[in-house]
Design a protein around this ligand. Structure first.
Ligand SMILES: NC(=O)C1=CN([C@@H]2O[C@H](COP(=O)(O)OP(=O)(O)OC[C@H]3O[C@@H](n4cnc5c(N)ncnc54)[C@H](OP(=O)(O)O)[C@@H]3O)[C@@H](O)[C@H]2O)C=CC1
Ligand SMILES: O=C1O[C@H](COP(=O)(O)O)[C@@H](O)[C@H](O)[C@H]1O
Length: 498
């Protein structure tokens, strides 16, 4: 049986996992908790082993103590289960390793000897500058076989050229069919529901085009600032950090044509077509259709927070954007003339990720002329918090004195109350499980990364030519006033029923 399809006893994931950067932030905060949850849910094969790799000298007990502490911190108290924790810790092993030197990689090859009958997943929870070295050293040390898979984190580069270098280095060792590029937004429950909602419901399937949709809005607002990551973030900015990957993936899932089936490449082929059809930015659009912002000191939930230029390690000259809003479009038959308004920023009043599909009005209006603006449906897809989908519909206002007054109200599917018993898994749980099963549909293919960068690079080049300071916005606000003007100039507004 091929390693690719093997799923182990009872459909459980039967792999060995080697985790590079096992003591880093991502591993401790996200990956170990996700792996623990998979184990607790009975989704890991009894034989599955986890090897932590990091620079620190630690014995196995010291490593287990760190992982246990991370689980106690990052797993909800009611989900901590003594038996599951014991079983999980028993799977762990640890090797100290300098990732840049091939010496020491033999330890991975030796650890593999026990598990050769099942595939090894190599997870690179380290900066992308190390991906090339690690892949080469894994190969040179004989630690890999024809079934080994690699998982890599974002950001894949800083622009198209640097992403090509990184992808070439990975591709020299791992073929595309065994490379899993993470975009954790693809692991979020509601993001996957976009596929189910669009392609399983004829109601939406027939309406999903420029004949029926007037515009699309995507807001990904974060309450956090840059969380001590000045060194990385100031080089990147919100366009590279959030738009190039997460927001463009959301655009793809909203805009793509129906795939022929649910195979990874069928889905990814359709996403690539969307990325290729994104309207490129020209210089004259910059002032009108794009707003860059940077937060200054303000207040969130009654607490004062510093401005971007006062963050730890800041360089006070920086013009890096912590907010971006833009109007773009997908230039094809389905979406011609439908604006896609995107906005994302740090230090906004609340954490909120949502997509709003605005449907067109009826061709002929017969109700109160004062209510004309109300008369259209909106589909609100809430990614976080409180995952759910609401369809805003119009009904008659009740009461004898109301005549035929219209009233807006939601047909609402709140995942937590509709399906109270089902825990909504963290994105990393889903993604890790899919890698273990050898399924690639929730991972980003190389050409998706390339087209996304090509589009972003055109915008960045235009920004660099202008070298304008970003507009200021107070922390705790919804971004620069210009981002509101950008949409009101089209006679629309950002959806505000939060
Ligand atoms: N943290 C997050 O929430 C997210 C992270 N990512 C991506 O995930 C990756 C990891 O991020 P994060 O966990 O935050 O980074 P960290 O810096 O916290 O972790 C990286 C780990 O790798 C170790 N390391 C670095 N170089 C070497 C080396 N030469 N030899 C051995 N060990 C080494 C570090 O060890 P030491 O501490 O000793 O230097 C550290 O433990 C990055 O690509 C990041 O962009 C993506 C999305 C979210
Ligand atoms: O990839 C990243 O995502 C987080 C936001 O993720 P979310 O799941 O909390 O919405 C962002 O804060 C970070 O800067 C970025 O690198």
């Amino acid at each position: 049986m091929s390693h690719h399809t093997r799923s182990g006893q009872g459909g459980r994931a039967d792999i060995d996992l080697a985790l590079f950067g096992a003591l880093g932030d991502l591993s401790q905060r996200k990956l170990f908790p996700a792996l623990y949850q998979l184990d607790r849910e009975g989704l890991l094969d009894n034989r599955t082993r986890l090897l932590g790799l990091a620079r620190q000298e630690l014995d196995i007990d010291g490593f287990k103590a760190k992982v246990e502490a991370a689980l106690k911190t990052y797993v909800k108290a009611e989900e901590q289960d003594r038996a599951a924790l014991k079983r999980f810790l028993a799977r762990l092993d640890y090797r100290q390793l300098d990732f840049t030197s091939v010496e020491g990689y033999a330890a991975i090859r030796d650890w593999r000897q026990e598990g050769l009958e099942r595939p090894m997943v190599v997870y690179l929870a380290v900066g992308a500058s190390l991906y090339g070295d690690i892949c080469r050293h894994l190969e040179a040390s004989g630690s890999l076989d024809e079934a080994s898979r690699v998982v890599v984190e974002k950001p894949i580069g800083f622009d198209l050229d640097s992403s090509n270098e990184i992808n070439d280095a990975i591709g020299a060792v791992f073929p595309e069919s065994r490379t899993y590029r993470i975009d954790h937004y693809l692991g979020k429950e509601t993001v996957q529901n976009l596929i189910a909602m669009r392609f399983a419901n004829p109601l939406f399937g027939t309406q999903w085009n420029q004949n029926h949709i007037s515009h699309v809005e995507i807001t990904v607002a974060e309450q956090v600032g840059i969380e001590g990551r000045w060194g990385y973030f100031d080089q990147a900015g919100q366009l590279r950090d959030m738009v190039q990957n997460h927001l463009l993936q959301l655009v793809c899932l909203i805009a793509m044509d129906p795939p022929a089936n649910l195979d990874a490449d069928a889905i990814r082929d359709e996403k690539v077509k969307v990325l290729k059809a994104l309207r490129p930015f020209t210089d004259d659009m910059l002032g009108r259709d794009v707003v860059r912002g940077q937060y200054v000191a303000g207040t969130i939930n009654g607490k004062s927070v510093p401005g971007y230029l006062e963050e730890e390690g800041a360089n006070t000259e920086s013009h890096t954007e912590s907010f971006v809003a833009m109007k773009t479009g997908v230039e094809n038959w389905r979406w011609a003339g439908v604006p896609f308004y995107l906005r994302t920023g740090k230090r906004m009043p609340e954490k909120l990720s949502q997509i709003v599909i605005h449907f067109r009005q009826q061709p002929h209006y017969i109700f109160d002329p004062d209510q004309r603006g109300l008369a259209a449906n909106k589909l609100v897809i809430r990614l976080q918090p409180e995952e759910g989908i609401a369809l805003e519909v119009l009904t008659k206002d009740s009461g004898l004195d109301k005549g035929m007054r219209l009233r807006r109200g939601p047909l609402h599917l709140d995942f937590n109350s509709a399906f109270p018993k089902s825990r909504i898994p963290d994105a990393y749980e889903r993604l890790l499980l899919e890698v273990m099963k050898g399924q690639q549909y929730l991972f980003v293919r190389r050409d998706e990364v390339e087209h996304a960068w090509r589009w972003c690079d055109s915008l960045i080049a235009a920004w660099e030519d202008r070298d304008e300071a970003p507009r200021r916005y107070p922390a705790g606000s919804w971004g620069p006033v210009a981002s509101i003007a950008m949409i009101t100039q089209d006679g629309r507004s950002w959806y505000e029923d939060y």
